[in-house]
Design a protein around this ligand. Structure first.
Ligand code: ZN
Length: 239
């Protein structure tokens, strides 16, 4: 029984390795070396030799909790990246403008927050374009990073981004603040898992996140970390 289980486990492992190799080969054929592609098309972490961390907030702006979030970041002089859902950016335009005015980076999280991987390339592009149209109508700079809702992506999404000149902005560390977990858990998870170049996923309008942030910022600053936006991380600390 044990041997049988071991055998099954080995088969599953070999199968996973085989499929990863096939995927890597396919991506290499399609777009060239993966290492170059990471630099050209996407980012999930920064320079592992620089003590920088990027806080990213998805799904905003929300009706409630944004002033509190901005106040906490402002008090600590932290600049973050906000992945904007276009329709909310439009509905709460004054909040979108105040985020940008406070020096935060506005990035693209589509217009309606659909499951992008289920859409065709043209629809994916339209979702991203509509978010950008909101941003540009407010007189703000066109977004540079796209984060697909849920973080799921596929070749169609890559293809759409390549056509639009957008980069994939993923994350390294998921705070899972959307689960309603207490602030203490968010603090513990983040401060024990941040390493140089980490991109932290958080969400706009989550009260426990706002409660957790002062301690997270304080602890990481004490350890010598600097908080940067995703585009600063992309530039490897040159800004
Ligand atoms: Zn989202």
């Amino acid at each position: 029984m044990r041997g049988e289980l071991y055998g099954k486990g080995m088969m599953a492992l070999l199968y996973r390795r085989f499929m990863t190799a096939v995927l890597a080969l396919f991506l290499c054929i399609e777009w060239g070396p993966l290492s170059e592609e990471r630099g050209r098309w996407g980012i999930a972490f920064g320079n592992p030799f620089l003590k920088e961390v990027a806080l990213t907030f998805d799904d905003g702006p929300r009706e409630h909790g944004m002033q509190e979030l901005m106040a906490v970041l402002g008090e600590q002089d932290v600049h973050a990246t906000f992945f904007l859902v276009g329709k909310f950016g439009e509905r709460y335009a004054p909040i979108t403008l105040s985020l940008a005015a406070a020096g935060h980076e506005i990035a693209n999280h589509t217009y309606t927050h659909p499951k992008l991987y289920q859409l065709w390339v043209e629809k994916i592009m339209r979702e991203a374009e509509r978010c950008d149209e909101v941003v540009e109508a407010l007189g703000l700079r066109k977004t540079r990073f796209l984060r697909p809702p849920g973080g799921s992506f596929n070749l169609k999404i890559f293809n759409a981004m390549r056509r639009m000149g957008l980069r994939l902005g993923l994350w390294t560390l998921n705070s899972a603040d959307y689960t309603g977990r207490p602030a203490e858990e968010i603090i513990h998870l983040v401060i024990h898992n941040v390493t140089p170049g980490t991109v932290v996923l958080m969400h706009s309008g989550v009260p426990n996140t706002v409660t957790a942030l002062p301690q997270i910022i304080h602890e990481l600053c004490a350890r010598g970390y600097r908080f940067v936006r995703l585009e600063d991380l992309w530039n490897g600390g040159r800004t």
